[in-house]
Design a protein around this ligand. Structure first.
Ligand code: FES
Ligand SMILES: [Fe+2]
Length: 361
């Protein structure tokens, strides 16, 4: 297998080699190397709000395909468990429900709401049974307000991924944000997931690709900050209108910020606007097919048609079109890799460096 190399010095670096996007073997190995070891946003914890509630979900459906189960026990503690029976592998819970315990409908094995083995018919003379291995495996998870993140084999604690975002945005009353299914939707993009992300990670293309967004943002004030496993782009409003009313405990107090674009490695975007939050989850399906879920959390709906946080559907279509074009170009025999703008592509360089780090590890 190729070792991916991205020079840490952006002025010398070349971009990620095309085979990362085009070769099935890297698409496959990225499941374990990148996605199992990083954190994924799953849902908000309202899905398992009441003691006894069970909420099954598939982690990155049609990609990682890991069946998991959120369970709130009788003492109101949340657990994230494997949703696979430790007997012969049946899926335990098939729909959201409220139960006293978890019972497998194949041969009747029971677990408590913490995932501990409770009972099993016809196993009286089985030796060394039950053991720890008969409990449901617990999966590390973390809550940021009501936003739930899980990781199968985290390389680092969740705070190393989300901490900079959490502290920077701590002044926002996230508990007041309401998920709006009618304003949320999925987009199918005919491109590799990483091409979608790396386009997001630079504002370089805004004047070329997004004319209406460009008319409200001050391009010269557009800024990227890099953290360990995340980064932040801030958009400054041209008019001074349509921006956040920042409190004096925000490090950005006094600036006309109209959007915070946080990206969490490898595939999550948390876009804060004066009206609320748009969470974008980039879900790989095939090496050249990606589903992007836009989840809309509204704080002040009356501000939704103003500034950088308005017309998101149009911006998305413009991004899709250019990214699908790049997907065609990346397959060319005559193209392998390019160079970076040292002033405008630090976010994309950061992303490629992390991909190389995870893929080579
Ligand atoms: S597979 Fe669950 S009891 Fe047999
Ligand atoms: Fe864009």
């Amino acid at each position: 297998m190729t070792t991916f190399f991205i020079d840490p010095d952006i002025t010398k670096a070349e971009t990620l080699s095309s085979e990362f996007y085009t070769d099935d073997k890297y698409f496959e190995s990225s499941k374990e190397k990148i996605f199992s070891r990083s954190w994924q946003y799953v849902c908000d914890s309202d899905n398992a709000a009441i003691p006894g509630q069970l909420y099954p979900f598939t982690l990155l459906e049609n990609f990682l395909n890991e069946p998991l189960l959120l369970s709130r026990n009788k003492s109101d503690r949340l657990h994230c468990l494997s949703n696979v029976c430790t007997h012969r592998g049946n899926i335990l819970i098939e729909g959201s429900c409220n139960e006293k315990n978890i019972r497998c409908r194949y041969h009747g094995r029971r677990f408590d709401l913490d995932g501990k083995f409770v009972s099993m018919p016809e196993f009286d003379n089985v030796k060394n049974f039950p053991s720890k291995k008969d409990d449901l495996p617990e999966i590390p998870f973390s809550l940021w307000e009501k936003f739930l993140f899980v990781s199968l084999k985290p390389v680092a604690p969740v705070m190393n991924f989300t901490g900079d975002m959490c502290s920077r945005m701590s002044w926002m009353p996230l508990h007041e944000f309401v998920f709006e299914p009618r304003l949320s939707r999925d987009y199918l993009v005919n491109a590799n997931w990483a091409l979608y992300c790396e386009n997001y990670l630079e504002g370089f293309h805004i004047p070329y690709v997004h004319n209406s967004l460009n008319s409200v943002l001050d391009y010269s004030g557009y800024k990227t900050e890099l953290f360990r496993y995340s980064n932040l782009q801030t958009g400054i409003s041209k008019s001074g209108e349509d921006c956040f009313e920042l409190p004096d405990n925000s490090p950005d107090y006094g600036q006309n910020i109209s959007a915070y674009y946080f990206w969490i490695f490898p595939n999550m975007m948390f876009n804060f606007y004066p009206w609320g939050l748009s969470v974008n989850i980039v879900r790989p399906l095939k090496k050249d097919l990606t589903k992007v879920s836009f989840l809309t959390y509204v704080w002040k709906e009356s501000l939704m048609d103003k500034g950088a946080g308005s017309g998101l559907d149009k911006v998305e279509r413009e991004d899709e079109e250019i990214v699908e074009n790049v997907q065609k170009g990346i397959n060319s025999r005559l193209y392998d890799r390019g160079r970076y703008s040292a002033s405008r592509e630090t976010g994309t360089h950061h992303f490629h460096s992390l991909i190389a780090e995870f893929m080579n590890d």
